[in-house]
Design a protein around this ligand. Structure first.
Ligand code: APR
Length: 313
């Protein structure tokens, strides 16, 4: 008998709720939102609201709120948002102390109840949290990825579309490296319907857009007092959909590197093909010497945060 996909969402907060809404609106499967015991009723209430919403809008899919990991048994996909988001004045690295014990708790449970799931980590600092999840569970590295590149590239795409006065649908942008303020928007790979952006947008404007993309998350934290949730949720759902429907989409994701781009034993944002086997291929694109230097700086920063994580074993 065919069964619906089960998609576990860890953390029923801002990103968690939007994830569940997107998952059932796309009829990707049933969503199970798990939060800590003291927020179980909150998770249940949000789930009920989302199910009532689906009755009005007319799409099928169950949403469950829970604090019991048993409900995640056999999940096909797990999307992890558990942790605290940034507040104004904080950078993502400031979250290590709080979010590290949380990702460890989540990893231990996930390993027990859904070891076969395709796992997408969103919690920050992203590159270190996804590394720790992988290290702790010793899962297949192709089944554990971090969500950052789709979001950062989306932000860059919007800014480029606005600057060029074109539809966002025609802009393709690529942002690589760590999910920090030294991420690498790869201008040599950014096009507007195939035309290099460097031919359509002036250099000084591009420089401003690169800067705005790098601090794109912080801009929203400063305005809202907490971090973004609509675009992060959509980005993770694009990754989940590529896996569940074996789409083999090329998406920039934080992937475990085993020598690609010259790096080993680190999660770094790179273009990857996501299909039914998870990360099916990491694509190595040619970088200009300036982009290569920026990538080195960004990876050095990722590495220094991973070192903090390793020291606290
Ligand atoms: N297990 C399950 N859920 C947990 C755990 C845990 N061990 N610890 C915390 N949570 C829950 C919180 O109770 C909260 O409901 O995670 C939820 C996080 O929700 P929000 O505070 O609304 O945060 P959100 O905006 O969704 O961001 C979550 O994603 O982008 C990153 O930096 C962001 O690390 C943050 C994460």
């Amino acid at each position: 008998m065919a069964t619906r996909n089960k998609i576990g969402i860890i953390g029923a907060g801002n990103i968690g709720g939007e994830l569940a809404r997107l998952i059932i609106s796309k009829e990707l499967g049933d969503a199970v939102m798990l939060d800590i015991a003291s927020k179980e009723n909150f998770a249940k209430g949000k789930a009920l609201d989302l199910e009532q919403n689906s009755a009005i809008l007319g799409y099928d899919g169950n949403v469950t709120g829970t604090s019991s990991w048993k409900d995640l048994e056999g999940a096909d996909v797990l999307i992890i948002t558990a942790g605290i988001p940034r507040k104004p004045g904080q950078n993502r690295e400031d979250l290590v102390a709080t979010n590290l014990p949380i990702i460890r708790d989540v990893a231990d449970h996930a390993k027990e109840v859904c070891p076969q799931a395709f796992v997408i980590v969103i919690s920050n600092p992203l590159d270190a949290m996804v590394y720790e999840f992988f290290r702790r569970t010793q899962s297949d590295n192709n089944k554990v990825v971090g969500m950052a590149g789709v979001l950062d590239s989306g932000r860059f795409q919007l800014f480029l579309a606005r600057a060029a006065g074109v539809s966002v649908k025609d802009v393709r942008a690529m942002v690589l490296g760590g999910h920090g303020d030294d991420m690498v928007p790869v201008l040599s790979q950014c096009t507007i319907h195939g035309i290099p952006v460097t031919q359509l947008v002036a250099k000084d404007v591009l420089d401003t857009l690169v800067k705005r993309t790098r601090t794109g998350g912080g801009e929203i934290v400063n305005l809202m007092g907490t971090s973004a949730y609509y675009a992060p949720a959509s980005s993770a759902v694009a990754m989940a959909e590529a896996y569940l429907h074996d789409l083999k989409r090329i998406l920039p994701c934080a992937c475990y590197l085993k020598g690609e781009y010259g790096y080993k034993d680190l999660y770094v944002g790179v273009p990857a093909s996501i299909g039914g086997n998870g990360v099916e291929k990491i694509i190595e694109i040619e970088l200009s010497s300036e982009e290569r230097t920026m990538l080195e700086k960004s990876v050095a920063n990722v590495s220094s945060i991973v070192d903090i994580v390793k020291k606290s074993l």
